[in-house]
Design a protein around this ligand. Structure first.
Ligand code: DAH
Length: 337
């Protein structure tokens, strides 16, 4: 009997070694572990074994059965796990690549504009986005009751009526004049805020580049020449632009510069309000009161200033016809620039 058990153990071990698929494992079970299997056949034989041999034989068969069952179980689990965790792997599939970021069209436009002005000798200055009423309005010659104050709907900071989100980059002019002596030639790029209904043409948060040049005998002709050089560098020698008289409290005389609408080629579209022209810049000769606010003597110095909206220029560069698209951060749009 003991010999039989030993032989069956050898047989079982060999069978286990040969198991390589879930099917052959099942065959192993049907041969050895079921009621009509080899192990049960040995158990059945125990009845006819002599009483002396019985305890040892019984123990050996039990051990063999435990061994066979636990080996069966662990192999079954292995097959099941590997079936779950490694489905057929297709090594020819393309790998997952990360997204490469790109510079946002507004930043690209700003960088390009800054580069053009830097090449003309302008330095860069910056000021705070949270401004006080003095720098944003009063020092720029906005009278307290002047309707011009309403031209720009302002976000005030509730806790302090004096503080507001700057409505333009012009207050940086004052800060620059207060901290530098003429000749001053700098540009001041940055983010500005207005309480406006968001539409194709306007946003509540956008960017401007302010420019300021102060020296002795600065003339309007110099302002015009600078604007024209800038426009030609940005849009090409053949670009069309025009100056219109305008009004700003901080410049006298004041003008606005328009560029012929890139999107419709001047025919008229929703972005240019069907006029064929897009206003890209306000400008003028710095008002004597503004020079005084900055601590500069208007009898001795004159200067010009200008302010560009960057988003408008970005639209022209990219051909996007809706300002909002620049802020939605839709990768499908941004990827194109
Ligand atoms: N601050 C003006 C605005 O936001 C733009 C502007 C106009 C700036 C004329 C200037 C300027 O420096 O001279 O609409």
């Amino acid at each position: 009997m003991i010999d039989q058990i030993k032989n069956l153990r050898i047989e079982i071990e060999q069978a286990l070694n040969a198991v390589d698929t879930i099917e052959s494992l099942e065959k192993f079970r049907l041969t050895h572990l079921v009621k009509k299997g080899t192990l049960q056949a040995l158990f059945d034989q125990l009845k006819s074994v002599s009483p002396e041999e019985k305890p040892l034989a019984g123990k050996e068969i039990n051990l063999l059965r435990q061994f066979a069952e636990s080996e069966f179980k662990s192999r079954k689990e292995n097959f099941e796990n590997s079936a779950q965790s490694s489905p057929d792997i297709d090594l020819s599939l393309p790998g997952r690549t990360g997204f490469a970021g790109s510079i946002h069209p507004i930043r690209q436009t700003l960088d390009e504009m800054v580069a053009v002005f830097e090449s003309m000798g302008f330095a860069i200055a910056e000021g705070p986005e949270i401004e006080d009423g003095y720098h944003n309005f009063d020092a720029l010659n906005f009278q307290p009751d002047h309707p011009a104050r309403d031209m720009q709907d302002t976000f005030f900071i509730k806790s302090d009526k004096e503080l507001l989100l700057r409505t333009h980059t012009s207050p940086v002019q004052i800060r620059v004049m207060q901290s530098q002596k003429p000749p001053i030639r700098c540009i001041m790029p940055g983010r500005v805020y207005r309480n406006e209904a968001i539409s194709v043409r306007s946003l509540a948060e956008f960017h401007q580049i302010e420019g300021l040049y102060i020296d002795k005998n600065v003339s309007f002709a110099e302002l015009k020449a600078t604007m024209m050089v800038f426009a030609k560098r940005m849009y090409g020698e053949n670009s069309k632009f025009r100056f219109r008289p305008s009004y700003f409290p901080f410049t006298e005389p004041s003008a606005e510069m328009d560029i012929s609408c890139f999107l419709c080629g001047g025919k008229g579209c929703r972005v240019c309000k069907h006029s064929g022209w897009l206003e890209i810049c306000g400008c003028g000769m710095v008002h004597p009161n503004v020079l005084k606010s900055g601590g500069i003597d208007p009898e001795e110095f004159t200067g010009y200033a200008f302010g560009f909206g960057i988003e408008r220029v970005a639209l022209l560069r990219t051909g996007i016809d809706d300002l909002r698209a620049l802020y939605e951060n839709d990768i499908r749009i941004l990827n194109q620039f």
